[in-house]
Ligand binder design. Structure first.
Ligand code: TYC
Length: 131
């Protein structure tokens, strides 16, 4: 009996045992580069966080001593440094008390405003991005 025409046209393929995957390509250094490895410089991904400076503003009513104590308590200044900063604010109208990450700066501002409010002084304190 004749095989069906489609069967007759089928090629019989020999089956091969599975071959192992091709070996990874080895990129040999070009003959003239001395075998050196070139590391590409990548743009830095993470920028340092924006920092914020906390400033106190001068006014005519808050006692100097209160400002000095605030600088010692909340900004960890020794008495001499605190006095210098207070006098700078008194003379220039404002002065930097410290530089912090955004959340810490906001906390410092709250602490100063709370203490001033509790003591009945109009002392003002703000934070702003550095640069
Ligand atoms: N000017 C105030 C006074 O003469 C002192 C003062 C200093 C007030 C700094 C506020 O942020 C300040 N008593």
């Amino acid at each position: 009996m004749q095989p069906h025409p489609r069967v007759a046209r089928m090629k019989i393929m020999a089956t091969k045992p599975p071959s192992s995957p091709p070996a990874p390509a080895v990129h040999r250094p070009a003959p003239d580069d001395g075998g050196s490895v070139v590391l590409e410089r990548r743009a830095q991904k993470a920028k340092p966080p924006q920092m914020y400076q906390v400033l106190m503003l001068n006014d005519d009513y808050t006692p100097m001593e209160f400002v000095i104590v605030v600088l010692q308590e909340f900004f960890s200044k020794d008495r001499e440094t605190a006095t210098q900063i207070m006098l700078k604010i008194h003379l220039d109208g404002k002065g930097v008390c410290g530089v912090y990450s955004r959340d810490i700066a906001a906390t410092k501002v709250d602490q100063v405003l709370d203490a001033a409010h509790q003591a009945g002084h109009p002392l003002q304190c703000i934070s702003e991005p550095v640069e």
